[in-house]
Design a protein around this ligand. Structure first.
Ligand SMILES: *[C@@H]1O[C@H](CO)[C@@H](O)[C@H](O)[C@H]1NC(C)=O
Ligand SMILES: *[C@@H]1O[C@H](CO)[C@@H](O)[C@H](O)[C@H]1NC(C)=O
Ligand SMILES: *[C@@H]1O[C@H](CO)[C@@H](O)[C@H](O)[C@H]1NC(C)=O
Ligand SMILES: *[C@@H]1O[C@H](CO)[C@@H](O)[C@H](O)[C@H]1NC(C)=O
Ligand SMILES: *[C@@H]1O[C@H](CO)[C@@H](O)[C@H](O)[C@H]1NC(C)=O
Length: 259
């Protein structure tokens, strides 16, 4: 069996963290590190929206839980706030104890679920949502959490399209400052050097990240498809394992490094 197949370059990654004091004991039931009850795969999303500086913010989770010092910024894939899978996953971070905000990265016009839908040109869509447009929206999400909601610490989790920005804001590719911990699953559209890294064997990938001076973790999942941490066939045991474990990986990362 090739359970560590590198021909399938879909992986979760977490990078950059600063350790601080804690308000939450990691062994209490309020901090369900391996407790999957927070992760829900069905049902209507339960969050609300508000507008901050012209950007719609989906927010979810209670603010007065034990992790009140840390909030989660959730960066969606290209399906944006129109995707129930993204919103349910944001809700799951809320249930895991984090007040969570997902900014609308696409100004009300995300990709249709069917990328072959008439009139949709993905090349054009991605070109229209480069870092010049997206960085300021992510920065507004961070400012919303810090300045409006009063959270001193922000942990960012990103998926596919949003994964790249989780890493940009973690400083992994030298972009903008601003978050205390980052998690990215199957990040898409990195710079050339970063894309090249995705196809490298794990040992070489380790070399790349070994040069970071901050803590990091990389997990590879077999049998997962692109987007596995957000959507996928949950009847397939490998995909189900990958999605659940990626969620726990992110929560655990934030619990340990963004406290
Ligand atoms: C799992 O977490 C839920 C709340 O999300 C809690 O009600 C339940 O007691 C926890 N289970 C265990 C075994 O800790
Ligand atoms: C919001 O949009 C309006 C209209 O385009 C613009 O005048 C205003 O400057 C924007 N505000 C912010 C904070 O971006
Ligand atoms: C999609 O957009 C790109 C860039 O604007 C353009 O080069 C290409 O021809 C378009 N494709 C279609 C099928 O319209
Ligand atoms: C890591 O840093 C070393 C020393 O600066 C450099 O030679 C090497 O190319 C770097 N590796 C990667 C993969 O960036
Ligand atoms: C989902 O996975 C199950 C188990 O592997 C498989 O039987 C089923 O055909 C899959 N469904 C889809 C829509 O791919």
């Amino acid at each position: 069996m090739h359970y560590f197949s590198l021909a399938v370059p879909f992986w979760g990654l977490a990078a950059f963290a600063t350790a601080r004091s804690t308000c939450c004991k990691a062994d209490t039931k309020q901090c369900p590190v391996t407790n999957l009850s927070a992760l829900r795969e069905t049902g209507e999303p339960i969050g609300k929206t508000t507008v901050f500086e012209n950007v719609t913010m989906y927010y979810t989770g209670q603010e007065d839980k034990c992790r009140q010092d840390t909030a989660v910024l959730f960066l969606t894939d290209i399906y944006g706030l129109a995707s129930p899978e993204d919103l349910r996953l944001a809700d799951s971070f809320g249930r895991a104890g984090y007040f969570t905000v997902a900014p609308d990265l696409f100004n009300g016009a995300p990709s249709p679920l069917d990328m072959n839908a008439p009139g949709f040109n993905q090349t054009q869509f991605l070109a229209a949502h480069g870092p010049d447009v997206t960085d300021p929206i992510v920065a507004k999400g961070i400012r919303y959490l810090r300045e409006v909601r009063g959270y001193p610490r922000v942990a960012v989790t990103g998926y596919c399209f949003g994964g790249r920005y989780a890493l940009r804001f973690a400083g992994a590719s030298g972009a903008v400052q601003g978050v205390d911990a980052a998690f990215a699953a199957h990040p898409a559209m990195w710079t050339d050097a970063e894309i090249a890294a995705i196809t490298l064997p794990a040992s070489e990938m380790e070399n790349l990240f070994d040069n970071l001076t901050t803590p990091w973790q990389i997990d590879l999942y077999s049998g997962a498809m692109h987007g596995f941490a957000v959507r996928g066939n949950l009847s397939d045991p490998q995909m189900r394992f990958a999605k659940e474990t990626a969620f726990i990986q992110a929560v655990r990362w934030f619990q340990f490094w963004a406290k």
